[in-house]
Design a protein around this ligand. Structure first.
Ligand code: PLP
Length: 309
């Protein structure tokens, strides 16, 4: 899956610390921690015609990530939402938009690693792009990456950080294998996620996904689990051995960037033993997609509410 350039994004206005500038003129200081150390946290949000999906949950996760990294001077929620609103307004955006919201540790007064040389508070970057869900709804093909997701004692994946090198190494593997994305295991050999999405399997009517030991606490993941619980669909979070995935009736990925998409094959082995016809989601994912669409109807914050204060 290779994203292509969307002409609608040619003249985007982006927001850097409250300044609205053309994408070609935007600049982040070389002293910013995002540039120096990849020391930033981010959220990907999706704008539907009804508004931004699960907005408060995304801001909660952003604040949690920033707190785990002990950031000082994080802009407060109303300031963040106001800047998101200004950015969407400047671009006249209403729906089919993906927002990448970044908070970095901010400017350093000299190059270096030590957070004590950050004395100016956090930087806030809002990038909103015209971007419908990125995955082809006819399904995706995964390969298993050699690179693994680190354990919490190495780098806690609940910190949703802009340092995405493990994901990029895995994605390079997927590209080399001509696959859409790479499945990533944790260091013990259990399912973690892909380079960019969470992974669910369906076996004998039970929907299962990994624990969050080696993946972020995904908002779409939580929505799917919640949908299952409210609709009496059996579901589990557990350590899933790699080999089990090949025997799943259905396999699918979740994320804000691409919503819910089924996996056609893993390491070139078709998933579903013929239950899932080529290019069509299986019956469970069809049901979950319907329920997810209903969730979008009720789970969005209208854009005007962002500018309430
Ligand atoms: C590594 C990783 N996995 C999974 C996801 C999907 O999470 P969400 O459903 O919150 O978009 C993301 C999204 O940002 C991610 O960065």
């Amino acid at each position: 899956m290779l994203q292509t350039f969307n002409e609608k994004n040619r003249d985007l206005i982006v927001n850097i610390n409250g300044k609205l500038v053309h994408r070609d003129e935007a600049g982040v200081s070389p002293f910013d921690s995002a540039v120096q150390n990849g020391d930033a946290v981010w959220e990907g949000l999706r704008v539907y015609p009804q508004g931004i999906f699960k907005l408060q949950e995304h801001i909660d996760r952003l604040e949690k990530s920033a707190a785990m990294l002990q950031y000082a001077g994080v802009p407060d929620r109303s300031k963040i939402l106001h800047e998101v609103y200004r950015t969407l307004s400047a671009n006249n955006m209403q729906s089919d938009v993906h927002i990448r919201l970044t908070v970095s540790r901010g400017l350093k007064y000299t190059s270096g690693l030590d957070p004590r040389i950050n004395t100016k508070g956090c930087s806030l970057i809002v990038l909103a792009e015209h971007k419908p869900p990125v995955y082809d709804k006819t399904g995706i093909r995964l390969i298993t990456a050699v690179h693994r997701r680190p354990a919490r004692c190495v780098l806690d994946q609940r910190i949703h950080s802009s340092n995405q090198l493990t994901s990029i190494l895995a994605k390079l593997e997927a590209n080399a294998a001509d696959a859409d994305d790479a499945l990533m295991l944790d260091t013990r050999g259990y399912l973690a996620e892909t380079n960019a999405t969470h992974v669910f399997q369906v076996k004998d009517g039970v929907v299962e996904t990994s624990t969050c030991n080696a993946c972020p606490e995904g908002i779409t993941r939580a929505t799917v689990l919640d949908i299952c619980r409210r609709n009496n669909i059996p579901c589990n979070e557990r350590d899933i051995p790699h080999r089990e995935l090949f025997e799943a009736d259905e396999l699918f990925c979740t994320g804000t960037m691409g919503e819910l998409v089924h996996v056609l094959s893993l390491d070139n082995q078709p998933i579903g033993m013929g239950n899932q016809s080529e290019s069509q989601p299986g019956p469970m994912l069809n049901r979950l997609n319907e329920l997810f669409a209903r969730e979008v109807e009720i789970g969005c914050t209208p854009l005007e509410e962002l500018n309430a204060e």
